[in-house]
Design a protein around this ligand. Sequence first.
Ligand SMILES: [Cu+2]
Length: 201
Amino acid sequence: MKMIRRSCVTILLGVLWVANLAQAGEVKGKVSAAGLKSAQNIAVYIDAIPGKKFDHPAQHVAVDQQNLIFLPHTAVILQGTTVEFLNHDNVAHNVYWPSIDGDKKLRHSMTIVSPNQKKSFEFDNLGVAQILCNLHPEMIGYIVVVPTPYFALTGPDGTFSIKDVPPGTYTLKTWSEDGKATSQTITTDGAATSVDLVVKK
Ligand SMILES: [Cu+2]
């Protein structure tokens, strides 16, 4: 009897697990760039969901500096994520951002990041930080801080995929380096939802 009850519980948990998997949907699609250099590196994310808060992720995100280039060029992160700035060049860099979303009070400059040294910063404010280097004016990158863990960055052909999105109606936004931000309402039922977006200059 005990054995049977245990099997029933196992089966029930299994069914719940499968049901849960089925619920988590994918929002995917393609961004067309109208008048932009490319459709790559465009952030696509679900905006703040009323009544829903997300923990600061334990996992850190790395932004490396290699051959005087920020890698990745654009990093999209959940609010509260710690970014580790690395340096694989044989020269020092001084990373800074003059503002976040234009708010100069949120400017930040980090002491010279020596080769193989690591400096961390927790991004608690929403918005875009343009990251620069005092020592190499050609260096430029972006950190896009978004309010939900449902985000993606477009690939070379403009495609994107946001995984594990619970069913619901959301505001889907985009941000790009040289195009206008976009915003639109989407509804996903837990299955794969396709969205095509146009980002204009
Ligand atoms: Cu530099």
